[in-house]
Design a protein around this ligand. Structure first.
Ligand SMILES: C[S@@+](CC[C@H](N)C(=O)[O-])C[C@H]1O[C@@H](n2cnc3c(N)ncnc32)[C@H](O)[C@@H]1O
Length: 317
């Protein structure tokens, strides 16, 4: 049957049709079947992702066709995210290595990095920036790449993620970046930053358990964050003032946990970023507001930590 598929465009169209028929989820880097089929096809053909449309009519060899169809099959049968099949994901205009040691880069924070965090920084000078929960390093490395005069730290709890981030640092040749293992701010005593950026885990327990199979290929440590998704976010809000300079800024992604956060801390002034595609659950907070509301934030975060300690000691998570 696949004898009828001869050209690049034939294969892309076929892949997209099969993906749609199989009901795949497109939550990782590309949001539709055609783009994913294009990505897998061009990867297998060793062609750049921005070739002109005329190449769509080029014929593929039998061996090339088998390679492409093999990738389509793994995408459908194993539900592996396309970025893990190609080993590459694009973020903020840069090519990152991507594999199951860390989440596939897809944060809308890329747009903020490309716009220099304006208007949020309002011209404030940044000398030191932190990417908390760096994963593949995509946010830290992009900030360092586009701002060669910044000194950037990227931290993560996972040794696997840090190993991948180090490979990405070498791949993109940024030397104004330090990657460290840290449980949130634990290893950063005495360090101060003008800008702290974070895309922490924020998926609720119930949502994590119900995620489509694609997400099971990603490390759960990067997703699960308690009953309302705010376990880590509250700790970040509590401890960020200790690590921000006087008029420092916290930029944090909470995705669909936005509503729960606003309900929990309705009085905390958070500016929700409007992206090209609309709101995506990313807020900007000023240090002085976090300080002013620290007592309430601390009470909430501490209570969760106290409740979690016996569960952790009993090996319940
Ligand atoms: C949602 S992923 C984001 C990764 C990356 N920043 C991105 O945007 O693709 C969250 C990351 O937080 C890390 N993480 C989870 N708990 C952590 C903790 N307590 N301290 C530091 N990092 C943590 C995970 O290993 C994971 O890499």
């Amino acid at each position: 049957m696949t004898d009828e598929l001869r050209t690049i465009i034939d294969l892309i169209r076929y892949g997209a049709s099969r993906f749609n028929a199989a009901g795949l989820t497109f939550g990782h880097s590309y949001d539709n079947a055609l783009d994913e089929a294009t990505q897998l096809t061009l990867h297998a053909l060793h062609l750049p992702h921005d070739i002109g449309p005329a190449y769509g009519q080029a014929r593929v060899t039998l061996a090339e066709k088998e390679e492409i169809l093999g990738l389509f099959l793994r995408r459908i049968e194993e539900r592996v995210p396309a970025a893990y099949l190609t080993g590459e994901a694009w973020f903020a205009g840069l090519s990152f290595k991507s594999d199951p040691r860390a989440l596939v880069p897809r944060s809308p924070i890329a747009e903020l990095i490309e716009s220099g965090f304006e208007p949020w920084l309002g011209g404030r000078e940044v000398r030191r920036a932190l990417d908390l929960c760096t994963g593949s390093g995509c946010i830290a490395i992009s900030m360092a790449h586009y701002n060669p005069d910044w000194h950037v730290d990227g931290v993560d709890l996972s040794d696997d993620a840090l190993a991948l981030a180090r490979e990405n640092q070498a791949r993109l040749r940024v030397d104004n970046l330090r990657l460290l293992r840290s449980d949130l701010f634990a290893a950063l005593a005495g360090e101060h930053y003008d800008l702290i950026v974070s895309n922490p885990p924020y998926v609720t327990d119930a949502e994590t358990d119900a995620l489509p199979k694609e997400y099971s290929h990603e490390p759960e440590l990067g997703l699960r964050a308690g009953a309302d998704g705010l376990d880590l976010v509250l700790q970040i809000l509590r401890d960020a003032p200790l690590h921000l300079t006087e008029d420092g800024l916290l930029v944090c992604e909470v995705g669909e946990a936005e509503q729960a956060l606003v309900q929990l801390l309705p009085e905390l002034p958070l500016a929700w970023v409007e992206f090209k595609v609309g709101q995506m659950g990313v807020f900007v907070a000023e240090r002085h507001d976090l300080v002013a509301h620290n007592a309430r934030i601390r009470a909430l975060a501490d209570a969760r930590e106290r409740a979690a300690a016996p569960r952790a000691a009993a090996g319940l998570f």
